[in-house]
Design a protein around this ligand. Structure first.
Ligand code: MN
Length: 414
């Protein structure tokens, strides 16, 4: 028996109001289509998607239509595609049918999701082909269970999840990260909390963290696998291996092979402009560094670029604005999309004395620090809560995280 295990496809993601919007939108579909094509070529028995098939709970009709088009060959070949919901697919309004449920009803995926008892226990109902609902199904003697994103409670629910499983020869699809390996800030559990899963499941198909990793029992037996996202989704993923797993199950052993995918080039570059006297020379330094970095690149696709500008400069940081940088960069690397983090601080001269003006982000931190410290409940935790406030602000600006998750993050910290 052979199968593909992938996760975190993030269909529908793009950069709004960016010239590269249309092309970037295609990246994620191309990535899934290539995996589907591999599955057909390898004649796998089934495909697993460990959550975050879609980037957001609400998707555009064209995203749904394109997803169907890409999954169609699997359906026609009779290769089941089993999926769970990730945090990004999650829809909170229960009276609305989710896009994942719709795909399951139409037979493009088999969406696995447990039901819950009043006492908080888990029940994995057999999957019903007619309704497209259920928590578990059997394929050639392998029992496949599906558990989507359950948030911060994942670690404490492992025992209940294991209790709900009475079969042997089991596999679990679970959208959760493990703290030590997952760079995502929410939805993780501790390594030791995961270990009991190894007693019930021969293979745990993870999703959530976009970086691949494998988890072993304390005795050194691998049992949980996170393939990571096959495309680079967020800045910072440029250095991760990108791919999916092709797994062979023979005589109870899962033999796992990581297969690389072909993601768009992504570059995060820190540019130290310390000592630059004017914006013109700073810009020249910036472009030179990028030019050197990109020299000898064989890649045809336009890269995604994030620039972090640092240092003390003799001009107002605003002079190196987004548009000015974008125009200049277009001539050097022609990036598909650029994000700029301007951490420059200005050195001013007053009466011959050098004085460093605070950068925007420093001022912001100081203001928050003062506001938080003014409340007696939070005194002594200013540093940590300021950091939390800023990271929540960044998540809100990025627009990927749902309100409930932000609240959960706050709840955990407070
Ligand atoms: Mn994801």
């Amino acid at each position: 028996m052979r199968f593909i295990h992938t996760a975190d496809i993030h269909l529908g993601k793009t950069y709004r109001n960016s010239q590269g919007e249309g092309e970037r939108y295609q990246d994620f579909f191309r990535s899934l289509a290539a995996i589907v094509a591999d599955g057909l070529r390898e004649a796998v028995d089934f495909v697993l998607i460990g959550g975050d098939l879609f980037h957001t709970g609400q998707i555009l009709p064209k995203t749904f239509a394109k997803t169907i088009e890409i999954l169609q060959p699997l359906k026609e070949a009779g290769i089941p595609c089993l999926a769970v919901e990730g945090n990004h697919d999650w829809i909170h309004r229960r009276h609305n049918i989710s896009w994942m449920e719709a795909l399951s009803e139409m037979g493009y995926i088999r969406l696995l999701r447990p039901t819950r008892t009043e006492e908080g226990g888990y029940v994995f109902e057999p999957f019903n082909e007619e309704t497209g609902r259920g928590g578990h199904l059997e394929l050639d003697g392998l029992h496949i269970y599906g558990l989507g994103y359950i948030g911060a409670q994942a670690g404490s629910h492992v025992e209940r999840i294991c209790q709900a499983v009475t079969s042997s020869n089991n596999l679990l699809i679970f959208h959760v990260g493990i703290w030590r390996y997952s760079p995502v800030e929410i939805g993780n559990m501790k390594l030791e909390e995961a270990h009991p899963l190894a007693e019930k499941f021969g293979y745990v198909a993870l999703g959530h963290g976009h970086k691949p990793y494998v988890i072993e029992t304390p005795a050194g037996r691998p049992y949980a696998y996170n393939p990571g996202a096959p495309e680079r989704v967020n800045f910072g993923e440029g250095k991760y291996d990108k791919g999916y797993y092709l797994v062979t199950l023979s005589q109870g052993d899962f033999v796992v092979q990581f297969r690389p995918t072909d993601p768009r080039p992504m570059l995060v570059e820190v540019i130290d402009l310390d000592g630059a006297g004017d914006a013109e020379s700073a810009l020249a330094r910036c472009l030179e560094q990028i030019r050197v970095k990109m020299a000898g690149q064989q890649e045809q696709r336009r890269p995604l670029l994030e620039l972090k500008l640092t240092g003390r400069v003799g001009f107002h940081p605003f002079e190196l604005g987004r548009e000015r940088l974008r125009l200049a960069l277009a001539e050097v690397v022609s990036p598909l999309h650029v994000e700029i983090k301007n951490h420059l601080s200005m050195v001013a001269h007053t009466n011959g004395r050098e004085r460093v003006k605070k950068s925007l982000s420093e001022m912001e931190r100081d203001v928050l620090h003062e506001l938080i410290g003014a409340h007696s409940l939070y005194q002594g935790r200013e540093e940590e809560l300021t950091r939390l406030a800023i990271s929540i602000r960044d998540l809100v600006i990025k627009g990927d995280v749902e309100d409930d998750e932000l609240l959960a993050l706050l709840g955990e910290e407070l």
